[in-house]
Design a protein. Sequence first.
Length: 302
Amino acid sequence: MTEFKPVPDFALGPDIPESTGYAVTDLGGDAYLVTQGMINTMFLVTKNGVVLVDASPFLGDKLLEAIESVTPKPLTHLIYSHAHADHIGAAHLLNRDGLKIIAHEVTGDLIKEAKDDRRPLPTETFSGRRKEMDIDGARFVLDYTRDWHVAGNLFIYLPEQRLMGAMDSFAPKSAPFFRLYFSAHVPAYYDAMDELLGYDFDTIVTGHMALPGTPEDVATNREFIRDLRTAAAEALRTVELKEAAAAARVPHNNRQAELKVWMDAVVTRAAELMPSWDERLAGTDIFLRDNLNAVAWSVFID
């Protein structure tokens, strides 16, 4: 059985009451984070209603219950951060007459292709890099910079609340999930950390685990992934394909196997070169090889 390091106290987040299955955190300025421990999102109470970002099936119909624990105002707007079902696969539970669903047009196209009844099509889409909206007196800035996670992914910025939403960008106090959150383009993922730090915010909601983050958490994730890249680059420089294949006794005519054992050796060497992050991030042992594999391939081919 695989053994994992315990989660450090600094990464645990709030206790999730068994009675509700979720916890709500007041972020200030009528903004709130709701989480069930693995996934989180945010909503804003406006003069006339509630604007929600995403609708995860992990939270399901508890989203409405969480909102109602804060305000009796109705849900009027739903913003899709991106098309992935783990973040918007409960939108059908919230869809009702008059609900405005907003997304980038690329996200709308991906949902249309998916033919998934759990993800209703947006009622309003936009093209290009930016859409600024006033919703019942609250200002929202939706930015589509690059495909740092998946095509159509948004930065959702609330300047008056000094609040940022960047779902699937990173997890505060924790190392990245599989392959830098399955980034569509690893160089864009690196750039996204710099882009996030260009906004003026105090709090960031990132879509996973139970904690909101800060600009310092973005900078910490950026430092960690830079260490990944440094270690991967050095391993690529020093691990020879033919030597790795010979050590694994790969037949000389099996090119695919040569490539596989070489990259495995690169990742093993890179893991040895990585400095310890156990005192700063949780889960560094869980996805280290996955992340190094993604980064090493990117360094090699991008």
